[in-house]
Design a protein around this ligand. Structure first.
Ligand code: SF4
Ligand code: SF4
Length: 690
């Protein structure tokens, strides 16, 4: 009987119409039962989603996103799963599973629409409305192909859970969900194979996997009667599992698929940008930052639901790596638990749900936000909670002193504004107030003004600007701290006070273009200051120097130290927050190319995947002993490289990594890229140390 069935499949004359009967071998009572179960499942799904949306709506309204951004993110981040770049296995698994799931879902909806229309129009079972002909052929081929993609994707996920490294969630619940999806996919093919076997579907090769299954059943001697029973049983198993999955989805970890998609498309926090705070709002509510779940934005509450606890943020977090009490994954998961807690009103979060020490451990390096496949920013949650801690006066010790000094003197060193030009002794640096027609303002920053090591950077930059005949000026005593550290530590009021003063001064001096050697200043002037009314073209010194080199406005490199091997550390706020990785390397290459004698080696973690020096987010002002600072693994990496010179492009990196290397008695010298470039040129006049 079985060979006869198989022969019938492969050789019988094709019926005139290319189609198949929907609900073939399923009696009317079973169809009714299926529809009743489907209504219940969709009802449970809708109710579950409604509950989630109601929770999200407890938050503050989020910012608006432009339509073109939404479409771009939908294509790039959702359909192409672009956020898995650099992780081919995980990326492929997600693309296969996600695309397979979406195509199968769409296919099921189309079959449902066909069946409903055919019923409405009173069509016979083999006289479909649109599920026929060329459309049917394409439908069968596409759904069959994406079905196998779906199964392979599930298999890859399970394989990672069995063999994978890293901190991603291997809980039984998550593994159970992936196994359930795999079983749904496999039973779908078995049902299709039996359906082909029973109904002698025309051109069965259009469903290649289903056809292989049909041949398998035939080869195994499955008889017509038992094929009917098996088809009916497996069809119900497949339908029950699929409907059960739909009903369960909003109540399970699979909610991330929905919340993650919403978040990937609608998230409103570019890297490097902080949520603006209106002082009117603070005065009205008497609240600053986030104290309870309701104080987060709706978009942040969606983020909590989107988290799959994969642990990628934790694996990349430099504070976690250094043994600090901070895991960005745990922060998100603890906040998720707080959102789901039935008690009302919500518990206070900073200092209760999330410990103070956890919040102060963050360097705001943004590695967590950059690596999260669902576009979640644990860092933004941390800084929002910090704002509240600062409002409550909960910061003590050296970082609190740094904020007080900034408030009093306009810089965290607490030194007088009159000393802001001490670094420029003997260099004849023009002041903006005396030199109205400058083209570019050199933003010196507090570190270069007051820290003797960092002063070398500013001296090198001005000598290079002069060598290239750039018409520049500095604010000198009129410059105040940008407030970048204060803002990321949570002191929003201090930031706004400093930014207002600086925006006013920059306006008085007619500044349009700014160059700064500090990526924190660059990021703040680019991202924070527009929120305060300051709009400028802001470039990092690596960008300006690379431009001057490309335009041949600087002399060629002629000298270098014999035997020097150089490596470059990408600062988080340059490489990650502002995507600037080529310019500093171009500057170093120009320093090398004079005689080709200066080899450059890359550190294992480079460019956007760089590792934090430990100085951002106000951590510069915490008095950890060097061995306990965040960034020690980076110091180790540098010491273990064969480099004799570490080139940096950020004053914080110079100080933090310099201290770390000194504590290890390392011989590696630390220099800014401007210093390296200047040393390789014919030294311009006036290059003495202050
Ligand atoms: S926040 Fe993102 S990276 Fe971190 S555990 Fe959740 S999903 Fe994974
Ligand atoms: S911003 Fe950096 S230090 Fe802070 S939680 Fe994220 S990865 Fe960790």
């Amino acid at each position: 009987m079985a060979p006869a069935l198989l022969a019938e499949i492969t050789t019988s004359a094709q019926p005139p119409l290319l189609t198949r009967e929907i609900f073939g071998n399923i009696p009317a009572w079973a169809r009714l039962l299926f529809y009743a179960a489907a209504i219940v499942a969709i009802g449970l799904w809708t109710y579950g989603l409604y509950r989630r949306v109601r929770r999200w709506r407890r938050g503050r309204p989020a910012g608006r996103i432009r339509l073109n951004v939404v479409i771009r993110r939908l294509l790039r981040d959702v359909l192409l799963q672009n956020r898995f770049r650099g992780r081919p296995f995980a990326g492929t698994a997600h693309v296969l599973l996600f695309s397979g799931f979406m195509v199968l879902l769409l296919g099921t909806i189309l079959v449902g629409v066909e069946h409903w229309l055919a019923d409405l129009l009173g069509r016979a079972p083999n006289d479909p409305v649109f599920h026929k002909g060329v459309y049917f052929g394409i439908y069968e081929l596409v759904t069959d192909t994406f079905g196998i993609a779906f199964i392979i994707g599930c298999g890859m996920f399970l394989l990672r859970r069995i063999r994978g490294q890293g901190s991603f969630d291997r809980s039984a619940g998550t593994t159970g969900i992936v196994t359930l999806l795999l079983v749904i996919g496999v039973t779908g093919y078995l049902v299709e194979g039996l359906r082909i076997l029973l109904a002698a579907t025309p051109l069965p090769g259009l469903s290649p996997i289903g056809f292989v299954c049909a041949k398998g059943f035939a080869a195994a001697g499955v008889e017509s009667d038992s094929a009917r029973t098996m088809h009916f049983t497996l069809w119900w198993l497949h339908a029950a599992l699929a409907l059960g999955f739909v009903a369960w989805m909003p109540y399970s970890r699979m909610m991330h698929a929905l919340a993650g998609t919403v978040n990937l498309v609608l998230r409103d926090h570019p890297l490097g940008e902080m949520r603006p705070v209106s002082l009117e709002e603070v005065e009205t509510t008497g609240l600053i930052g986030v104290a309870t779940i309701e104080d987060f934005t709706r978009s942040q509450l969606v983020e909590l639901d989107a988290c799959v606890s994969c642990g990628r943020c934790q694996d990349t977090c430099p504070a976690f790596e250094a043994g600090k009490p901070l895991s960005p994954r745990n922060v998100v998961q603890d906040l998720l638990a707080a959102m789901n807690a039935p008690s009302r009103p919500s518990a206070r979060l900073p200092g209760h749900v999330i410990a103070d020490e956890t919040l102060w451990s963050c360097t705001t390096c943004q590695a967590c936000a950059d690596i999260c496949p669902l576009g979640i920013s644990p860092m933004r949650m941390i800084t929002d909670l910090r704002r509240n801690l600062i409002g409550e006066g909960a910061l003590r010790g050296s970082p609190a002193t740094a904020l007080q000094k900034t408030d009093r003197a306009g810089n965290p060193w607490g030194m007088s504004g009159a000393e802001r030009m001490a670094w420029a002794a003997g260099l004849d640096v023009p002041l903006a107030r005396d030199h109205a027609d400058f083209d570019v303002l050199y933003w010196v920053g507090c570190a270069a003004a007051y820290d003797r090591r960092v002063q070398r950077i500013a001296r090198s930059v001005v000598q290079l600007l002069k060598a290239a005949n750039v018409n520049f000026a500095v604010l000198g005593p009129e410059e105040r701290c940008t407030g970048e550290s204060a803002r990321r530590m949570g002191d929003e009021l201090l930031f706004q006070q400093l930014a207002e003063q600086n925006v006013s001064t920059l306006g008085q001096r007619g500044v349009r273009k700014i160059v700064a050697h500090c990526p924190h200043c660059v990021n703040s002037l680019r991202r924070d200051y527009p929120q305060m009314g300051g709009q400028y073209e802001v470039v990092h010194h690596s960008e300006l120097l690379a431009e001057l080199i490309a335009e041949d406005r600087l002399p060629k490199a002629t000298s270098t130290t014999n035997g020097r091997v150089i490596t470059f550390h990408d600062p988080c706020y340059l490489a990650r927050a502002n995507d600037i990785t080529a310019a500093p390397r171009e500057v170093l290459a120009a320093a090398v190319n004079g005689n080709g004698a200066l080899p450059i080696v890359e550190l294992p973690r480079n460019r956007r995947d760089t590792s934090c020096c430990g100085g951002g987010g106000g951590r510069m002002w915490f008095d950890d002993p060097p061995a306990q600072r965040v960034g020690q693994s980076r110091v180790q990496e540098i010491a273990a490289s064969r480099a004799t010179t570490l080139a940096v492009a950020c004053p914080f990196c110079m100080i933090m990594l310099g201290d770390g290397l000194a504590a290890r008695a390392s011989n590696v010298e630390v220099k800014d890229i401007a210093e390296v470039l200047l040393e390789s040129l014919n030294p311009p006049s006036g290059s003495g140390e202050p």
